[in-house]
Design a protein around this ligand. Structure first.
Ligand SMILES: Cc1cc2nc3c(=O)[nH]c(=O)nc-3n(C[C@H](O)[C@H](O)[C@H](O)COP(=O)(O)OP(=O)(O)OC[C@H]3O[C@@H](n4cnc5c(N)ncnc54)[C@H](O)[C@@H]3O)c2cc1C
Length: 463
């Protein structure tokens, strides 16, 4: 077990004892029974041993933990849903916000205040009771905190934009421990920065969202054999679809799922998730028809359903060893589809995948400089992902993903901040084009001049 800390161990132990009396939430160290579970994050690639973990109970705890980070010099990892690779650090201080999961819905005003520790599926189920919803990502267990500050690209992106396009305000504890409201009128620069700039600027303790009127959607999974023609035509159809329809196409070798005929197991398929977001189910069927007509589906589970059902059941103890490497492109033709199949054929991971997300719609109608998420006018997000069995394999699969996405690159490339994993500093610049990056670095200088919040897709303060 590791035993290095920034302050002498005895001194740290004294400080931790004091901290236990100063916060309402739970303080966990290596001697506590909960330590093993508390240090765990979603990604099985991450196996780190922090010195102290604090499960904050409120904003006052958050401020105290930030102060503790300053006093001790321990590297401070902030996490909500724990789905990134930054949420725990060797010998560091973890500020765990999972307990901040309260939800207050204003049904008449169609808004909600939520804690960052709430998950996408919890929020979606709760607001569905009122016929309201908000778009998050494709996975129900992702936390609102990390997903929102990075952008939020999901099933309603073409209809209602990114998650941040529905963010009205946030309560933020800044690096000096002050609790501020950030919205269009208060701390507008901070509000701009936390909409895409990640966890660089402060710790969000509450988020206020606008909710959209969504009852049932027409959606679910469509599995198609993945020939180059079908992949290219799928992307064409997704581009031509009405804004109500958002799609996520996972091109991958078919897992041995009972609903896919056995002869296709291990063969390339498109496992597509489609969501038509509108009350008119017949219109949904019309929107999905072009995809069904591409080739005889291997499985068709697209139907009228509550939006929350798009989030399948998840095993809370599952910790897949995985990563994703993202890229934005504008054109996708038959040659690109052949390249996708070629790279999937070369992959040695147990489960490699190329994810194709056609963007546009509401997301693209927001001006590029309105928030810190600047890739709004790009047509498609490509994500090379791998799930595998042994952490030692990581460099090989990362090399594969890098070569794959570099081969697909068009012009400036680009990266999605929420899909940065082992990417280096230059990829943070790809997530934030020059003008955005400079503005973020200036705001960082004002709100976190010492770069206390640096365990993230880091933007150091401008000089
Ligand atoms: C299986 C899987 C599927 C995904 N699918 C999608 C998708 O479809 N669309 C999409 O947009 N993203 C997707 N993501 C990416 C996801 O949005 C990011 O990993 C996000 O950071 C996770 O948020 P979290 O709170 O769960 O993670 P955490 O690890 O808890 O947080 C991530 C980082 O965000 C910052 N942060 C977290 N909470 C706060 C807070 N309260 N205040 C300030 N900063 C904070 C911190 O820097 C932290 O290190 C997916 C990730 C996974 C693992």
């Amino acid at each position: 077990m590791r035993d290095r800390t920034a302050v002498p161990t005895d001194e740290l132990a004294d400080r931790v004892s004091r901290l236990r009396t100063e916060v309402t939430g739970q303080v966990i160290t290596r001697d506590d029974a909960d330590y093993e579970r508390a240090r765990r994050v979603f990604n099985g690639n991450v196996d780190r041993w922090p010195a102290v973990i604090v499960r904050a109970a409120d904003a006052a705890d958050v401020a105290r933990v930030i102060g503790f980070g300053r006093e001790t010099g321990l590297p401070l990892a902030v996490r909500s849903g724990g789905h990134s690779t930054y949420g725990v650090w060797d010998d560091g201080l973890v500020l765990d916000l999972s307990a901040l999961s309260a939800l207050e819905i204003d049904v008449a005003g169609r808004t909600a205040w939520a804690g960052p520790g709430m998950t996408a599926v919890e929020f979606t189920k709760a607001t569905a009771e009122h016929g309201l919803a908000l778009g998050f990502g494709d996975t129900g267990s992702v936390g609102l905190g990390g997903l929102t500050v990075g952008g939020g690209v999901g099933y309603l992106v073409r209809r209602y934009g990114l998650t941040i396009d529905n963010l009205l305000a946030a309560d933020v504890v800044t690096a000096d421990g002050e609790l501020v409201r950030a919205d269009a009128d208060n701390h507008p620069d901070l509000f701009w920065a936390i909409r895409g700039g990640g966890g660089n600027f402060g710790v969000v303790t509450r988020l206020q969202y606008r909710l959209d009127p969504v009852r049932n959607v027409y959606g679910g999974m469509l599995v198609l054999p993945a020939t180059a023609e079908v992949i290219a035509s799928f992307v064409e159809a997704a581009k031509a679809a009405p804004d109500e329809l958002s799609t996520i196409a996972n091109v991958m070798p078919s897992p041995p799922m009972p609903f896919v005929p056995e002869q296709f197991h291990g063969e390339p398929v498109i496992m597509a998730e489609l969501v038509y977001c509108g009350d008119d189910i017949e219109a949904g069927k019309r929107a999905v028809a072009p995809f069904r007509e591409l080739i005889t589906p291997l499985a068709d589970m697209v139907k009228a359903m509550p939006l929350a059902d798009i989030y399948g059941p998840e095993d809370p103890d599952r910790r897949p060893i995985t990563f994703a490497r993202s890229l934005f492109i504008d054109d996708f033709d038959l040659a690109a589809a052949e390249q996708v199949l070629d790279f999937l054929g070369k992959a040695t991971a147990a489960w490699p995948a190329a994810q194709l997300r056609v963007l546009g719609g509401a997301m693209a109608r927001v001006p590029v400089d309105a928030t810190a998420f600047a890739h709004r006018n790009r047509e498609i997000m490509v994500v090379a992902a791998a799930v595998y069995d042994d952490v030692a394999e990581t460099p090989v699969h990362w090399q594969w993903a890098t070569e794959f996405t570099e081969a697909m690159r068009q012009g400036e490339g680009g990266a999605y901040a929420n899909f940065l994993y082992m990417d280096g500093e230059e990829r943070v610049h790809e997530a934030y084009p020059e003008a955005t990056y400079r503005r973020l670095a200036d705001i960082k200088r004002r709100y976190d001049p010492d770069n206390l919040f640096r365990l993230n897709a880091n933007i150091p303060p401008s000089q």
